[in-house]
Design a protein around this ligand. Sequence first.
Ligand SMILES: Nc1nc2c(ncn2[C@@H]2O[C@H](COP(=O)(O)OP(=O)(O)OP(=O)(O)O)[C@@H](O)[C@H]2O)c(=O)[nH]1
Ligand SMILES: [Mg+2]
Ligand SMILES: [Zn+2]
Length: 295
Amino acid sequence: MVKGTIIRLQGGFYDVMTESNQEIRCRARGNFRKRNISPVVGDDVVIQDQQDGTGYILEVEDRHNHLVRPPIANIDQAFLLFSVKEPAFSYHLLDRFLVLIESKQIHPIIVLTKMDLLDESEVESIQEAIKQYRAIGYDVIETSTEHARGVDEVRALFKGKTSVFAGQTGVGKSSLLNAVAPELDLATGQISKSLGRGKHTTRHVTLIQLGEGFVADTPGFSSLEFPEELETEELRWCFPEFVERHDDCKFRGCMHVNEPGCAIKRAVEEGEIASTRYENYVTFMEELNDRKRRY
Ligand SMILES: Nc1nc2c(ncn2[C@@H]2O[C@H](COP(=O)(O)OP(=O)(O)OP(=O)(O)O)[C@@H](O)[C@H]2O)c(=O)[nH]1
Ligand SMILES: [Mg+2]
Ligand SMILES: [Zn+2]
């Protein structure tokens, strides 16, 4: 029996990197399906290796965390990639993604890609907007693979961690990973001119060992659903700038919507909290309420 980590899922097989750096192609034992466990990339597993060089997974260890999309487990940090153009930048999507990652208590890093596609005035307006996120305490890295911008910064953050690259199709996840480590030579794809988005070039989640860390390239998504278990009441804890001020609300259970003496609404009025963030909070809350009603 050998311990290892699943690095790839392909055609019904699980590729496992063992503790002694050997890659072994494995099948899962039938009883996982019965127990309702589907192993994902990032899972720590115990495998039985066989004479012919393949193996089968005997056991999946408990996960520290788990994302459904992209499907991956046991990550330390998530790089959330957003292109400033092609596909177009969206605050709504950024806030949605941040909520999703915060709700899983995973450390997010915001990465803006394709900065080279902006003219000077566009750069100014995006930097103005992104200031709000830096003020909240989020790391924001501006990158361009055309000018090798931000590449060293990204590479430095990989060290000793398991990271995931996530974002819409076509934002440049594989391209940025190639810029960080050209030897990876990952496939990249053009943006569809008619749809203005990517073409789902990356098809599988793959965990790659890079220097002293691991990073996962993932397929891009085209939409993003909140985790099923995310409750309306939890949403307010997914906005760090709300959490910071929560104790100043008049009511302890304040949801920051209709209550009087709400410190969050006051901070929005005073311009200390971005109104776009607050508006997205309210929109997400309605969405979660609707969802609850539907089930
Ligand atoms: N101008 C410019 N284009 C870029 C940059 N980064 C990526 N691209 C282009 O964007 C397109 C999509 O890049 P990919 O790396 O395939 O995007 P992806 O996020 O991996 O997409 P999926 O695998 O489909 O999820 C390619 O044509 C890249 O050349 C950049 O910094 N500047
Ligand atoms: Mg890709
Ligand atoms: Zn409040």
